[in-house]
Design a protein around this ligand. Structure first.
Ligand code: GLV
Ligand code: MG
Length: 335
């Protein structure tokens, strides 16, 4: 007998899906691995011990003639490996590609019970999420899966950015969203060949008048989109992430880009190279001094109301909430 999955809902009747809070899980780095490479698969358990999420990448960067091998390699890796506390994700191929359907059907059929999240690239609107949501509901029912598979959208087309709010609330399966600066740059016809980060020409000169010398100040190319994505995610109870940083040799610039995203509200970033894992762990874990100060604020106002002065700085209900974000994150990481 086929039992409907927990997330099955007759769309035509508009019945709401039973909403389940995704588990509060620390996901500071989503570490990308190419599953068609055998020596990477062989190291999967070691890797899982060092990262929060292991993601088998089936999409861009996997050559067209290796797509089937990557899919089969992921299944083999998932079956053979104990990932411990690390999450197990895939980045499937885009819905308009010839590989997308088999990615979902074969992987959910073979290892759906181990798969936590499907990262869906090039999401343009809620309709892309609805399609995957329905397909997953059918497969969960067919394979009697007990745990719903979540969906993570990549925000990497101009149309996706226009529709970011409807994407964020498209399904109770929505886990979160990542900025994809490389595809987004192409989609917007930006004049860059970089993957994330700054650009030497993007900035403004300080005014000739006023204080100080005339200086060029580089700006974050991604500020607008990250801020827009963070608001859409926060308003819908899902998680925002910064995506890839392509210059593996520039650890400082990677850290700066990750830090901007963290400060704006992102909870993690992609790591495409092992050297970026430590950077993500450091940036997306709150600073010890900051946690100490935040804890003092929380302790100074046990019920979260009122106003107190700490080191000459005014604290009130709003800063108590800010402090709580930092203290809660530190606690989750410590657990
Ligand atoms: C990621 O997929 C990107 O396009 O930046
Ligand atoms: Mg992309």
């Amino acid at each position: 007998m086929i039992v409907p999955s927990a997330y099955y809902r007759p769309l035509a009747l508009g019945a709401p899906a039973p909403f389940r809070e995704p588990p509060v899980k620390v996901e500071r780095m989503i570490h990308f691995v190419p599953p068609h490479v055998e020596k990477i698969r062989a190291r999967a358990a070691d890797l899982a011990a060092q990262v929060d999420v292991v993601l088998g990448n089936l999409e861009d960067a996997v050559p067209a003639d290796a797509k089937e091998a990557a899919r089969a390699g992921f299944i083999q890796m998932a079956q053979a490996t104990d990932f411990g506390a690390a999450g197990l994700w895939i980045r499937m191929n885009a819905l308009d590609s010839p590989w997308a359907l088999d990615d979902v059907i074969e992987i959910v059929g073979a290892v759906g019970d181990k798969l936590d999240v499907i990262m869906l690239p090039k999401v343009e609107g809620a309709w892309d999420v609805h399609y995957l949501d329905r397909l997953l509901a059918q497969l969960e029912a067919r394979h009697k899966l007990q745990k719903p598979i979540m969906i993570h959208a990549i925000l990497e087309t101009a149309q996706g950015v226009m529709n970011v709010e409807e994407i964020a609330r498209a399904s109770p399966r929505m886990h979160g969203m990542s900025l994809g600066p490389a595809d987004l740059a192409a989609s917007r016809r930006m004049k860059t060949t970089r993957v994330g980060g700054g650009h030497p020409s993007y900035g403004v000169l300080a005014d000739k008048e006023g204080y100080g010398a005339r200086a060029f100040s580089q700006s974050d190319l991604w500020h607008y989109t990250i801020a827009k994505m963070v608001d859409a995610c926060a308003a819908n109870g899902i998680k925002p992430f910064y995506g890839p940083f392509g210059d593996f040799a520039d650890a400082e610039a990677c850290e700066a880009q990750f830090r901007n995203a963290f400060l704006l509200g992102c909870v993690g970033a992609w790591t495409l190279h092992p050297s970026q894992v430590a950077i993500a762990r450091k940036v997306f874990s709150p600073d010890v001094e900051e946690v100490r100060f935040a804890k003092r604020i929380v302790d100074a106002m046990p019920d979260g109301t009122g106003a107190v002065m700490l080191d000459g700085k005014m604290q009130d209900d709003a800063t108590w909430k800010q402090a709580k974000v930092i203290v809660d994150l530190a606690r989750q990481i410590a657990e």
